[in-house]
Design a binder for this molecule. Sequence first.
Ligand SMILES: *Cc1c(COP(=O)(O)O)cnc(C)c1O
Length: 420
Amino acid sequence: MNFPMPTLRRAHGRLMLEDLSLADVAERFGTPTYVYSAEAMTSSYLAYSEALSEIDAVLCYAVKANANLAVLSLFARLGAGFDIVSGGELSRVLAAGGAADRVVFSGVGKQPEEIRQALDAGIRCFNIESAAELETISDIASAMGHTAAVAFRVNPDVDPKTHPYISTGLRSNKFGVAIDDAFDLYRRAKDLPALRVSGIACHIGSQLLDPAPVAEAADRVLSLVDRLADADIVLDHVDLGGGIGIRYRDEDPPTIGDFLAPLIARMRGRSETLFLEPGRSLVGNAGLLLTRVALLKQGEEKNFAVVDAAMNDLSRPALYDAYHRIEPVVAGDGEPRRYDVVGPICESGDFLARDRDLAIAAGDLLAVLSAGAYGMAMSSNYNSRPRAAEVLVRGRDSFLARQRESVADLMRGERPLPPD
Ligand SMILES: *Cc1c(COP(=O)(O)O)cnc(C)c1O
């Protein structure tokens, strides 16, 4: 059976990521540990840049999918731009060697301090999500004596046919401005001297498996771009967001090239640069979560494999009922039994997988696949659990990209009440 992760394979019964045995990674760094493949990230980035080679395009990696500095520096070296949603993400991009002039700043609630930070750094563009934010950015830029390059994130009202929590381009979502209101907002922006009208943006959702809704959104966006040009508002870039889906289970997403083909067809011959903001499709199938079985427990109706990773490490199953494939790191030869794979946290929602047939024993290592995106990035310290380590694999080398948290790290900044 082939894995959804391109650089994962089994050799002599043992799981290998690139040329490294995952059992060795667990031995060296302990568990739970996120393990990423540099080659898988690089090849997905190159799939984008090759598909886009015939048009003018900038790939802005969506930092929120996986914000580890090693991951960001890998993409920075490949020439990526970055899509950020906070001042914290901007600090990470700069610390990783990313170029500020390839950064776009999205998000519905940018704080004044974050706007100042971004103007100081000299980012490429603010993706404005409301009329109120337009005035705020203009006021701040003007007070600082800066010019802010801006785009409006428009809401094209197309249904991306994905999970409702990760669908963002419908009229009912909090994101962006209604496409019908955008024309007037551009006129207003053009009159504000501290702003430079630069582009237009949209992002309709995540884990998209069908390019048709994105192409439909692109048509709506481009027709607005043409109407704006008729009114002498000329944009230099069109940002069509991220959202390309990946295989977790048996999904059959188009290749990156096939997904982009209708967008490239629409941009060919146009003067604007195409910006994209992929997250999940660059890192999701480059990473896995390595965990150890603490014990097996026979319940009345179900068997449980209690592991040392939990919903605080990987919350997607609890949050979206997401499916992550689970593989024993060393293939067992016993009879498989059906298990729910659960963590030690005091919540019934604390599961990583349900009803999986596994031949495992206490002490075995498991790999939770396709966990490179929205895994560590959404982790928490719930139940005072220190966050996992993160390791980047390159060929036979393993690089500790983030050391495991300690309980002292968790308590830093807190203090008990002084004596009465
Ligand atoms: C989350 C997000 C992305 C990335 O989405 P993926 O599905 O991970 O590709 C891109 N742009 C914006 C504005 C986002 O909010």
